[in-house]
Design a binder for this molecule. Sequence first.
Ligand code: ZN
Length: 290
Amino acid sequence: MQQVFIKIFVFVFGAFIGSFLNVCIYRMPREISTRKPSRSFCPNCKKTIFWYDNIPIISFIFLKRRCRFCQAKISWRYPLVELLTAFSFLILLNYLGFSWKLFVYAIFISCLIVAIFTDLDFRIIPDEISVGGLAAGLILSAIFPFMHGTTVFKISILRSFLGVLIAGGILYLFAIVGDFLFFKLGDWISRKFFKREIYLKKEFEEGEEPSTMGGGDIKLLAMIGAFLGWQQALLTLFLACILGGFVGIIVKIKTKGSLIPFGPFIAVAAVISFFFSQQLIAKFYSLYYF
Ligand SMILES: [Zn+2]
């Protein structure tokens, strides 16, 4: 009975956090404060939403997908993010138990969810999430050494730091080398032998330095390093490349070439890495030694 009560509590709590994440996803890339106005407003008519119209998932159903004032359609994204967060918290509860671990990794997952949707919408991962999350990861590592498989505080914070440096550093290096190969060397070859510029250049705005990978991705992976340590952060990068490559090819064939943001792949890969790193690493070794 108590178990069921805890599950319901965590699920409902997750839905309310999801509701707040929706606010972050909407406001952070638009540089609107997440505190002022403190009450949610309709993105269409800007009217403040009544508290009883702002209950996660339930209000969406009762309002029949429409704003009470202007009848504008409410996006499916709102209940989707609320459900996603609620189920994520429930899965974490089953995996970690009702403990401080749940608290720590619920924060981590929440950051990833915001990063996924802001990157999809705007190709932006807000610094509040990446840099703020990085700081949270370091601070939490100093308080909860279990995050880095130890009971010694100094070792935990050291591993968290290493995670930031190695994860951020590797992706920074990747970005430099990747940009050079793709935009400098690739462009040179393309002009020299095919008499045309690399078509991807068109997708960047005037004056914007073309780049295969944004600073947001680097900061996001550094944040993941702070929470999960460098080994799992590298596994995350590896999985993100496989996922991104796979989906990228499909999107490329279907839409004839458009850039897709890399952040969501990093975030999804981080979740896979968090739950399955042991099994995956064992699998790689068994393949290697075969
Ligand atoms: Zn409205």
